[in-house]
Design a protein around this ligand. Structure first.
Ligand code: AGP
Length: 609
């Protein structure tokens, strides 16, 4: 997820671009750049680091001109570097592009363009778009952008300027957000309205597979074949900070709602429901090595550890490989059994958690190959591993991890299916079924997010209780621990996740009318056992909220409150179970009042032991 911006009008563009990028930094901050056109030439300034670094670099030599584009980057293809920073240009520097999204077919396009004599200076997918537009440019930049857009697969919001047409900016989008800001004698393009709200509240939202050509006093929207499309103008009521959060009150709520998109981006270019195939570029492990692995050790902290708990069930079931999971902070003080036939899987949203990095190094020192699963391109976990699988969740600003967790699960499920195919432990027809079910998860997540009245009602009843017990069996024990962690870290209430079968060995003594129990009771092979556990809690006057599968009527006679989610395979259910638990934690915290995005005593990345 990156931030893109464009300006055309009567004022100096650069200050407006820099100001707008400052409001887009929450979308990415690996590098930043601007391109300003003056007298038919485009001056590109860009550098690695946060926007501040770019401001320092241009302070004494600000590019002049009233037409320009800008970008703040969250790296996906090619680590953070000056060369990989946007904007990117074509061979002659006549066409300049900024981009938000992932161009899946960039490698094949890059090979074809290279064969035609184009030269590339970066590792990015975006630079391919600049050269593709150059290939099609014959005096009409709008047409060239549309022709190029039709050849791109994946997600993109492209903003393009051309030296030969200094009176316009052209943009095109598919899946990544793009909005036009309509000023007086000036116009704006951006990833979101926050970047131009101080100049205008009139906005035109651009839809998928459409392009827009913007001049200082006009805009025209077409499909990629040039057919005109009428668009209505929206009056934006948000203030700038609300715009940065997409209109949500907190980043956490925004990021909970981003999960369908994040899951789709994480699957994009990797999972094919039609073929039942999973491809994992970047894994960097040979088939022979994968067949030789006799043990997988997963190393993580916090929420990432909960993802590894769920993955243990999935990998052992699908791949028939023994899986150990370790808190990274514990691993280094044990003498773990790790050798050349161990595959270490390190999970870390930030890729910088010190305990986890130390665990990664310990595994390498003991001969293991290491694969990192991280959300940050170029992070330590990415750099020090033998292979890396990125989650494409975009920056996660809230301390409480949400979209990072569900996209970690998605990557782990894809890894399990990839390994299972190579080791022959899952039949092709079953692999196809699994892929189809994973492919449908984002849509099922949207169903949950479109109506969570039951979650709000539960939160409004239980937020003043003495504490919460999350109980589950099987793979959803991970969900129970994750749900408890969410509510602990943002509402400061006591909560714990527990194996439901263990309740009778102690925890059930806690149950009384002031203690709420949340039971993961989705369709599973332990469903009947969970009903019995719910009955045990009720027999001690405890109140029970059940997370259950749509259509389950029996649960209504057991639980005090039922929160339904769409049906999915039990092995994948943690992705959907997580969402009502995240929303529950959010609503309880909102009712109790603490600072949800930055809870007390916590940091987003723990770089100390
Ligand atoms: C999760 O909500 C917490 N913020 C915390 O447990 C976090 O998951 C943990 O610190 C690990 O962070 P990482 O994924 O960046 O390594």
């Amino acid at each position: 997820m990156c931030g893109i911006i464009g300006y055309i009008g009567k004022r100096e563009a650069c200050p407006i671009l820099i100001e707008g990028l400052g409001k887009l930094e929450y979308r990415g901050y690996d590098s930043a750049g601007v391109a300003v056109m003056n007298s038919g030439k485009t001056d590109v300034r860009k550098c690695m680091g946060k926007l501040r670094a770019l401001e320092d670099a241009i302070r004494n030599d600000i590019p002049r001109g009233s037409l320009g584009i800008g970008h703040t980057r969250w790296a996906t293809h090619g680590g953070p570097s000056d060369a990989n920073s946007h904007p990117h240009t074509d061979c002659a520097g006549n066409i300049t592009v900024v981009h938000n999204g992932i161009i899946e077919n960039y490698m094949e396009l890059k090979e074809a363009l290279t064969a035609e004599g184009h030269t590339f200076v970066s590792e990015t997918d975006t630079e391919v778009a600049a050269h593709l537009i150059e290939k099609f440019y014959d005096g009409n930049i709008s047409e060239a952008v549309c022709r190029a857009a039709k050849m791109l697969q994946g997600s993109f919001a492209l903003v393009v300027i051309c030296n030969g047409e200094p009176d316009r900016i052209v943009a095109a989008r598919r899946y990544s957000p793009l909005v036009v800001g309509l000023g007086k004698g000036e116009n704006f393009l951006s990833s979101d309205v926050g970047s131009f709200l101080s100049y205008t509240r009139d906005a035109v939202y651009i839809d998928d597979d459409t392009a827009v050509t913007v001049t200082a006093d006009s805009y025209s929207v077409t499909d990629f074949d040039g057919n005109p499309i009428r668009k209505e103008v929206h009056k934006i009521e948000w203030d700038a900070s609300m715009a940065e959060r997409g209109g949500y009150e907190h980043f956490m709520l925004k990021e909970i709602h981003e999960q369908p998109r994040a899951l789709r981006e994480t699957m994009r270019g990797r999972l094919s429901p039609d073929s039942g195939n999973v491809e994992l570029p970047g894994l960097n492990l040979s088939d022979e090595y994968i067949k030789s692995v006799d043990r997988i050790r997963m190393i993580a902290c916090g929420t990432a550890y909960h993802a590894s708990m769920a993955a243990k069930y999935a990998i052992e079931s699908l791949c028939k490989i023994h899986v150990d999971i370790d808190f990274a902070s514990e691993l280094r003080y044990r003498e773990p059994l790790i050798d050349e036939r161990t595959l270490a899987v390190v999970i870390s949203q930030s890729g910088e958690t010190l305990d986890t990095i130390v665990g990664l190094r310990e595994a390498k020192e003991n001969g293991a190959k290491v694969v990192s699963i991280t959300n940050v391109v170029g992070s330590m976990a990415a750099r020090e591993a033998d292979g890396v699988l990125y989650t494409y969740a975009g920056p996660e600003i809230a301390v409480a991890s949400t979209k990072a967790y569900t996209t970690q699960l998605m990557v782990l499920y894809m890894l399990a299916l990839y390994i299972a195919r190579i080791r022959g432990t899952v039949a092709p027809e079953d692999a196809k079924k699994y892929c189809e079910e994973l492919w449908d998860l984002p849509e099922k997540a949207e169903i949950i997010l479109n109506d969570y009245k039951a979650v709000r009602e539960a939160a409004n009843r239980y937020y003043c209780f003495n504490g919460f017990l999350y109980m589950a069996r099987g793979i959803n024990l991970a969900s129970a621990l994750e749900g408890a962690l969410k509510i602990k870290e943002i509402s400061y209430m006591h909560a714990e996740g527990y194996a439901a079968g263990e309740m009778k060995h102690g925890p059930i003594a806690m149950i009384d009318p002031t203690f709420a129990t949340i039971a993961m009771c989705v369709k599973s092979k332990t469903y009947d056992k969970m009903l019995s556990n719910i009955r045990e809690v009720k027999a001690r006057a405890g109140e029970v909220i059940a997370i259950a599968t749509n259509g389950d009527e029996l649960i209504e006679s057991y639980a005090d409150k039922v929160i339904y989610i769409p049906e999915t395979l039990e092995v994948f259910s943690p992705v959907l179970v997580a969402i009502p638990l995240q929303l529950m934690a959010y609503q309880v915290a909102k009712n109790r009042g603490p600072a949800i995005d930055q809870p007390r005593n916590l940091a987003k990345t723990v770089t100390v032991e």
